[in-house]
Design a protein around this ligand. Structure first.
Ligand code: DWN
Ligand code: ZN
Length: 405
C-alpha cells in the first residue's frame, strides 16, 4: 500500500485506468513512438479522506513552454473569472490597496480583472508560453512553479499579500505542504485563500471519471481540504459550488478564528457524509460505475460504426485522453477531433492518435454524430453550433445521444 500524499497513512487503490499518456501530450505524427505512459490509478485515504492519484509523471513533462491549454479560449470562463474577481473584491478582501497573488495564472484570465483596475498583483505560472500570453496583456507574471521558496522571494520583493487564489491548479500539485507553508509565509495575518477545483462530490455523482488524468493528482472534498489546511493553521470559512468543469467547488480559507464559518460549510460537510465521501465503499461503487460507463460508450460507438455512421469528437480536452485510452478508442471509431487551439491542431491525440483538426473542418463536413468532450462548456458550444443538424453524444451523467435545441 502506498502512503497518502497528505498524511502518510496507507491508502487504498479503488480504480485503475491502465497505461495512460500525458493528457495534454498532443503529438506530431513524426514524433510517434516516443510517447510516455504511466499506470494511472486512484486511491482513497481513510485518515484525511483525500482521493488521489497513486503516481504522477514529473511536473516538467506536463507543464512547459508548449503547454497547449489557454484558459481564455472559452468566453464562458472569461466571464466566470470576472465574476470571481468581483466577489473577492467586494466580499472578502478588506485592504483598500490590496496585493493579490495567483498560482497557475495561465494566460491572465483572472488577474486581468485586477490589472485593469490598477490593483497590485502577481501571477506565478510555470508554463512559459501561457505566462508570456499573460504578460502580453500587461499581467505581471513570473514563470515559476509556486512553492515555499518562491513565496519567500515574493515577500522579499513585493511584501505580504492580502489574497492568494488559484483555480484548477491546486489539485495538480502533489507537494501540498510546501505550497501551504508558502501561503502561510506569503499571507498577511488577515489574508485569505480562495481556490476552486473539480469537486469530488460531482465526480462521484456524475461518474465523470475523465477528471482523472496525469495533471489531476487530488480530487478534493470539504473533508480533505479542511484536513489539509487545518494542519497549517487554516480554517475553511466558506464554500460556493460552481458549474465550471462539470461541477466544481470554490473554497475560502483564512487563519483559524479570523473569519466566521458559514452555515454552508457545516451543511455541505453533512451532505458529504450522506453521500459517503468519507468512506472507501463509495469509491468501490464508483469504480463499478466507471467500468459500466466506459462499456456503454464503446458499445454505442461500435453500434454507430456498424450502421455506417460518421462519428467525430468535439474539443480535444485533457479529459478526453482518459476516456479514449481507457476505452481503447482510436480513429477507427472517432474519425477526428476538432479543436480551436492552434497548438493542438495538426497533431494527434495522446495515446490513441486520433487526428486533431481545426474547428472549420467540423463546420464544413457535418458528420452524423459529435462526441461532446467539452461537456463543461456545453451551453457555450450548443449556442454556437445551432447550424449542426447531427446528433451529439455525451457520457455525462450517463451515455446518451441528444439533438441541439
Ligand atoms: O484543470 C485543467 C482545466 C482547467 O483545463 C487543466 N488540467 C487542463 C484543462 O482541462 P481540459 O483540457 O479538459 O479543459 P477544457 O476547458 O474542457 O478544454 C477545452 C478544450 O476545448 C480546449 O482545447 C479548447 C476546446 N474548445 C473548442 O474547441 N471549442 C473549447 C470551446 C469552449 C469551444 O467552443
Ligand atoms: Zn491522508
Amino acid at each position: 500500500m502506498n502512503p497518502c500524499l497528505v498524511c502518510k497513512t496507507p491508502v487504498e487503490t479503488f480504480v485503475s485506468f491502465g497505461p495512460q499518456p500525458i493528457a495534454n501530450g498532443f503529438i506530431a505524427e513524426k514524433d510517434l513512438g516516443r510517447e510516455y505512459f504511466f499506470e494511472m490509478e486512484v486511491a482513497f485515504c481513510p485518515e484525511c479522506k483525500m482521493a488521489q492519484l497513486v503516481r504522477q509523471p514529473d511536473r516538467e513533462q506536463m507543464f512547459h513552454e508548449n503547454y497547449p491549454f489557454f484558459s481564455s479560449l472559452s468566453k464562458g470562463m472569461v466571464e466566470h473569472f470576472r465574476k470571481f474577481s468581483e466577489t473577492l473584491l467586494t466580499k472578502h478582501i478588506r485592504s483598500a490597496a490590496p496585493f493579490v497573488v495567483e498560482m497557475g495564472s495561465n494566460d491572465g484570465i483572472m488577474l486581468r480583472n485586477f490589472q485593469e483596475k490598477g490593483i497590485r498583483h502577481l501571477g506565478v505560472e510555470p508554463s512559459g508560453n501561457v505566462a508570456e500570453a499573460a504578460r502580453a496583456k500587461g499581467v505581471d507574471t513570473w514563470t515559476e512553479f509556486f512553492d515555499e521558496k518562491v513565496a519567500e522571494k515574493i515577500v522579499a520583493e513585493r511584501g505580504q499579500a492580502d489574497a492568494f487564489f488559484t483555480s484548477n491548479v491546486f489539485c495538480h500539485i502533489p507537494y501540498t505542504h510546501s505550497i501551504l507553508k508558502g501561503i502561510d509565509k506569503l499571507l498577511k495575518p488577515d489574508g485569505i485563500v480562495a481556490f476552486e477545483d473539480p469537486y469530488l462530490g460531482e465526480i462521484v455523482a456524475n461518474t465523470t471519471y475523465d477528471q482523472v488524468y496525469d495533471e489531476h493528482v487530488f480530487f478534493f472534498s470539504l473533508h480533505s481540504v479542511s484536513y489539509l489546511f487545518g494542519r497549517h493553521g487554516f480554517e475553511l470559512f466558506d464554500v460556493e459550488p460552481q458549474e465550471t468543469h462539470g461541477g466544481s467547488m470554490r473554497y475560502y480559507l483564512a487563519r483559524k478564528g479570523a473569519r466566521p464559518v458559514s452555515e454552508r460549510v457545516r451543511a455541505t460537510l453533512a451532505q458529504e457524509k450522506e453521500l459517503g465521501l468519507d468512506r472507501i465503499e463509495t469509491f468501490r461503487k464508483f469504480a463499478k460505475n466507471v467500468e459500466a460507463s466506459r462499456d456503454a460508450f464503446v458499445a454505442l460507438l461500435r453500434k454507430l460504426k456498424s450502421e455506417g455512421k460518421r462519428v467525430v469528437g468535439y474539443a480535444a480536452t485533457s479529459k478526453s485522453t482518459t476516456i479514449l485510452n481507457y476505452g481503447k478508442i482510436g480513429p477507427e471509431l472517432i474519425e477526428y477531433i476538432c479543436d480551436t487551439t492552434p497548438l493542438k491542431q495538426g497533431k494527434v491525440s495522446p495515446g490513441m492518435h486520433i487526428p486533431v483538426v481545426p474547428h472549420e473542418r467540423f463546420a464544413a463536413d457535418r458528420p452524423d454524430y459529435a462526441v461532446l468532450f467539452a461537456y463543461n462548456h456545453r451551453k457555450e458550444i450548443l449556442a454556437k453550433e445551432k447550424a449542426y443538424a447531427g446528433e451529439w453524444i455525451t457520457y455525462v451523467p450517463n451515455v446518451h445521444t441528444f439533438a441541439n435545441g
